[in-house]
Each structure stands twice: as C-alpha cells, then as structure tokens.
Write a protein that binds this ligand. Structure first.
Ligand SMILES: [Zn+2]
Length: 157
C-alpha cells in the first residue's frame, strides 16, 4: 500500500527504474474491439477520463495473467454485455500522442456470439452508429481504427 502510494507520487524518469518499485516508465498495452452489425459499428460512451463522455470502441487494459485475446473478450463483455467468438487482428496503434499515458493499443474486430447489448463497466451507454454517420470526435484514435478496419475488410471482400 505504502509502496503503491509512493509510486503514484514519485515521478519516474525515462530510462531509469523507479527507486521504490523498480518499474520502468513503460507503456501500457490496451485493446480495442470493433463490432460491426451490417453498416453499423458499436460504440460506448465513456464513463471515465481520459475522454469522459466521448464515444469510443469498447476496450481497456490487458491485465496480468491474461492474453491479449482474452482481454478483448473480457472487456467487450464487461462493457457491452455481448459474448464474442472470433477475433481478427486489425493493427497496432502506438503514436505516443494517442493517449495521455501513451498506451499502445492492439485493435481487433470481434464477431458476436450472443448476449444482450447493455452498457456496463466503464460505459455510460452504448449505441450502434452508421459507419457513414459517426460522431465528429471519437476518443483516442478510434476513428482511425474504424476506418483502417473498413478499408482492410473491403479489400478482402
Ligand atoms: Zn515505483
């Protein structure tokens, strides 16, 4: 407890381990899921900062003891109530300016296997948006993730 409190107060310098917990200032790994239904994509309204109240893809941090794929399925279910089966990789998003903590995101498209769409966890609400009528500003680089996915999937059709 004491150590974790200190680690929040102590500024860790780049390329130097923290004096207290020996961690480096590494970048977190996060995941995002693109769920398409016809011409619509499922977005959640964020309950937390950064980008509180912005529409975003469901996603979050990869936890200890889980794979990236498990994290996608867990986060999608937590935030949307939907169960997912097949995942396919879209890309890596690592622009340091994409997130205040510079998290590196891995984006996946997700096939829904069941469940009922209900906002949960860090989501205030959720909604399917027409891919041609997305909100002006989405959280992070999620607009780019969606357009990359649409471009990639159209080349495979
Ligand atoms: Zn520390």
């Amino acid at each position: 407890m004491f150590t974790s409190l200190l680690s929040k107060m102590v500024k860790i310098d780049k390329d130097k381990a923290c004096f207290f917990c020996h961690r480096y200032l590494n970048r977190d790994v996060t995941i995002d899921g693109v769920i398409l239904k016809g011409d619509k994509v499922l977005l959640i309204k964020r309950k937390v900062d950064p980008y509180i109240n912005y529409w975003a893809l469901p996603g979050g941090h990869v936890s200890f003891d889980e794979t990236v794929e498990e994290a996608v399925k867990r986060e999608v279910t937590e935030e949307t109530g939907l169960e997912c089966t097949k995942l396919s990789f879209i890309g890596v998003y690592s622009d340091p300016h994409r997130h205040p903590q510079q998290s590196v995101a891995l984006a996946y498209s997700v096939k829904v296997a069941g469940g009922k769409a209900i906002a949960g966890s860090d989501a205030l609400s959720l909604k399917y948006f027409d891919i041609n009528l997305l909100p002006d500003k989405l959280a992070f680089d999620h607009k780019k993730i969606i357009s990359d996915f649409l471009r990639k999937s159209s080349t495979y059709i």
